[in-house]
Design a protein around this ligand. Structure first.
Ligand SMILES: Nc1nc2c(ncn2[C@@H]2O[C@H](COP(=O)(O)OP(=O)(O)O)[C@@H](O)[C@H]2O)c(=O)[nH]1
Ligand SMILES: [Mg+2]
Length: 449
């Protein structure tokens, strides 16, 4: 059952992350929320009265009997236990008749005290996503808010905000209208555009792709990771074998979120920790959709490099590092096969991880290889695998139609084809149904509780 249909009582959720902080926000929602908050909240009347006597004849609006603020208003006061003792000083915001935000102090103890009291007053503690469900937010809104809460780059947040503001929802409504009117070609084209944006952008927002750094020890993998991050995140050293564990770091390449994975390198290691670190490196390289393979330009490519690149195949992006040290590779060296050509005719890029030369170009090349394309502001972008799957299913339904109806409206004189097209349009519309879900806000009670 839809959560909003069963919102008889009340729920609350801590919207701020756990840990130290100045302020935490606990959102409460449901028909039982006003009573619960009226029981726990004591507005700071005395402070306000003192203020009144100090500054003369200021008339204060009388508060509602419960002490709860009106909708859209804030009230400062105390959050109290059953005996009226203060648990914390809070600012209470009333977002709607039955929706409140308790802004309490951010330390774990203060938040726990507030939560315990709300639970004792009969409100159920839920996660932020469930809270949104109770509040009747549509699936697209819930998904956008969930991903926005963990967006890794400002650009990712901006694209998700566009979707939260309805870019994708509007595009889907237009597609549904096309399907209802039998405009299969228009609907199909619009869905193909959305799916292209999923592949070139949305999937990066759903889960940042992993880019593994590989190469022999000392090729400069850790130095490159630090350079791409713009921070001294991992230890680098002239001593081979400095990196043992797999280190991952969230990075923004041209604003696109990716996870960079530094490894020990892909070399033969006979025993102990080193052997285990190479096993882990191989595992990462095997799983990543793209592996930046660093070749040491000062040393040239070795048989080990060539063997590793052959195993990685087209997932590898071979790059010469330490371009500052040498003019290698000469064009002749490339021609002699020192520069591996892995299914592309482009020669390996040259960078200096130490000095930064070529590193921006490498970032762009990584994005191009991953298929990233930045959408125009305000564009509709599907951003969850479920959305992409629904669009795929809808297109598959249309593809089953008689191709003669694909050029637009069903042709006159082809009644069978027209009926068939209508059926397939209805199937396509059904596949999109979960994404078209309208918000079902719970009925608000009057604010004058
Ligand atoms: N000259 C020069 N040295 C580099 C470059 N990149 C890395 N190094 C040096 O090569 C050594 C090994 O680097 P490191 O990043 O630890 O290599 P890793 O084992 O592949 O992680 C360190 O002394 C780095 O300073 C570069 O582009 N140019
Ligand atoms: Mg290293």
């Amino acid at each position: 059952m839809n959560a909003s249909a069963e919102c008889r009582a009340g729920v609350f959720s801590v919207l701020t992350p756990p840990g130290r902080g100045g302020i935490a926000v606990v959102r409460c929602f449901g028909p039982a929320a006003p009573d619960a908050l009226a029981a726990a909240f004591r507005p700071a009347k005395s402070e306000i009265l003192n203020l009144k006597s100090e500054i003369g004849d200021v008339t204060l609006r009388p508060r509602a009997a419960s002490g709860l603020p009106d909708v859209g208003r804030l009230a400062y006061g105390h959050f109290t236990d059953t005996d009226g003792r203060t648990l914390d000083e809070i600012i209470l915001y009333r977002a709607a008749a039955d929706a409140f935000e308790v802004n309490c102090h951010g330390g774990p103890a203060a938040v726990e005290a507030v939560c315990r009291r709300l639970a004792a007053l009969g409100l159920e503690r839920v996660g932020p996503d469930r809270l949104l469900e109770f509040e009747g937010a549509a699936l697209l809104e819930r998904d956008a808010r969930r991903l926005l809460a963990s967006a890794r780059t400002p650009l990712a947040a901006r694209i998700l905000l566009d979707q939260l503001n309805g870019a994708l929802a509007r595009a889907l409504v237009a597609i549904a209208a096309d399907l209802e009117a039998g405009r299969t070609a228009d609907a199909d084209r619009a869905m193909a555009t959305l799916l292209a944006r999923w592949h070139s952008c949305g999937r990066f927002l759903a889960e940042a792709p992993r880019v593994a750094l590989a190469g022999r020890p000392n090729a400069g993998k850790s130095t490159l990771l630090n350079r791409l991050l713009g921070a001294d995140r991992v230890l680098t050293s002239a001593a081979p074998g400095t990196t043992r564990d797999v280190v991952e770091a969230d990075a923004a390449l041209e604003g696109a979120p990716v996870v960079l994975v530094d490894t020990a390198g892909l070399h033969e290691a006979r025993e102990g920790v080193e052997r285990e670190s190479v096993v882990r490196a191989r595992r990462e390289a095997a799983a990543a959709p793209l592996v930046v393979y660093l070749l040491d330009a000062a040393e040239g490519a070795t048989d080990a490099d060539r063997a590793a690149l052959a195993v990685l195949g087209p997932r590898a992006l071979a790059v010469w590092n330490k371009s500052d040290l040498t003019r290698f590779p000469e064009p002749a060296a490339e021609a002699a096969g020192h520069v591996p050509r892995l299914g592309t005719s482009a020669p390996a890029l040259r960078v200096s991880a130490l000095r930064g030369d070529g590193v921006d170009a490498l970032g762009r090349l990584i994005l191009a290889r991953l298929g990233w394309k930045q959408p125009q502001p305000g564009s509709a972008v599907p951003f969850t695998p479920a959305q992409a799957a629904a669009l795929d299913a809808a297109r598959a339904a249309l593809a089953r139609s008689d191709p003669s109806t694909h050029s637009g409206s069903p042709r006159a004189g082809s009644r069978g084809g027209a009926n068939q097209a209508r059926t397939h349009c209805a199937e396509a519309r059904k596949a999109l149904e979960p994404l078209l879900e309208a918000p079902t806000r719970c009925e608000r009670r009057p604010a004058t509780k």
